[in-house]
Design a protein around this ligand. Structure first.
Ligand SMILES: [Zn+2]
Length: 143
């Protein structure tokens, strides 16, 4: 049986109401957050949404940068793997460079996956049979 409403207390800025309850002879005091509290104002909600938007923007921007760095490192790794295979081919074939990259198939597992750039539009790696060098045409992917 709730009794009369008592004082309004503010603890951590939450409106807490207490009231006296009469259970038999011993009175008790109950406290709680008022049920009809108005919640957040429009301005408070807009500020929260704006802050969340800025955080999401920052997260997406740094995600894009990280993806670009990972693609660059993977491309450089693929170039080194193929360059090592060119040297293996050269040693096994009397100092001759392979005429085309497909000749490296015995030396590189999954060559069809490695002989193209890891960034869109996934250009094929550039192989020069005269110098035996492998490179990528994507800006920033040069060793
Ligand atoms: Zn590349």
């Amino acid at each position: 049986m709730p009794g009369r409403a008592a004082s309004l207390l503010y603890a951590n800025r939450l409106p807490i109401y207490c009231w006296e309850v009469d259970w038999g002879q011993s009175g008790a005091r109950m406290c709680g957050v008022r049920a009809d509290d108005r919640g957040f104002t429009l301005v408070e909600t807009m500020v929260v949404v704006a802050i969340l938007g800025v955080l999401v923007l920052i997260a997406f921007a740094s995600y894009g940068v990280s993806v670009g760095q990972a693609q660059r490192v993977a491309c450089l790794h693929n170039q080194r793997v193929i360059q090592d295979a060119v040297i293996q081919y050269e040693i096994a074939n009397n100092s001759m460079y392979p005429p085309v990259l497909n000749d490296l198939a015995p030396y590189v597992r999954r060559l069809p996956e490695l002989d193209k750039c890891t960034s869109p539009p996934f250009n094929p790696l550039v192989y020069d049979p005269d110098t035996g060098t492998v490179s990528c045409s994507t800006p920033g992917h040069q060793q």
